[in-house]
Design a protein around this ligand. Sequence first.
Ligand code: ATR
Length: 270
Amino acid sequence: MKRLAVIGDPVGHSLSPLIHMTWIDALRLEASYESIRVPAGETAAALDDFEQQEFQGLNVTLPHKQAVLAKVTETSDAVEAIGAANTLSRLPRGGWRADNTDAPGLLTALARIGLSDFSDKTVLMLGAGGAARAGLFALDRAGAKIILLNRTVEKAEQIITECCSRAHVSGPLGTLQEHADHADLIINTTSAGHGGAHIPLPDGEGRLFYDMSYGTPAEAQLAHAKAQGWQTEDGLGMLVGQAAESFSIWFDGVRPDIEIALTACRTSLE
Ligand code: ATR
């Protein structure tokens, strides 16, 4: 029996148990996936504890995504560049390896809606927090030209330096209207919608507006984008995409069915 879990605080809202149990059941695997609350400051002790209890894999959410890095034995290149991990797997010799599957998860979500070649694409990204880092890393390596706008412009400049291998444009969120004309798509990583607010958008002319949020926090922004003529997509595709990458790490490369997990998530949020 493979023991898996998501750790965080809060963690009760996490859709990860639903997603992974959907795949475990569908593939009839001998595995369990729990949701475990681990308060801030207890990361290192919890990882020791989970190792002793023979957990093989963990998803990591707030507030542990950076804190786990002080404790793990191995890190992927993506973790190094992004500065955060969301997936841990136990190493055969003991200790944990850290991966970040948010970056490939975003590319999976975009590929699912027909976007996989970024070599001639300009992506306008909004926000420079934790979620933006994974998106930047993924799209930079996929060859996109990125315009990164953030309320606090210094943070945008900083994460471009830290997460990207090439130079991109950064600026204040207030310049969105002028930059939007040059963009093939917009990716919103800000948490502006969590308070019910939305970032005003110009005419979308059928282009894609991808929001990394989903459920109620995404509603106001997506409704506005739609009204402005953008094709809209919420962040559930990325959530399921990152879960699929974690699943594949834990189950020796098995690629689970994205659509059944997306359907399960949409049903549970209804
Ligand atoms: P996450 O880890 O989800 O990315 P975060 O690290 O707290 O969360 O980052 C939140 C992002 O949303 C930041 O880019 C923040 O802008 P600042 O860097 O200027 O703080 C952005 N954000 C939050 N509320 C916003 C609002 N009302 N309008 C515009 N941007 C907002």
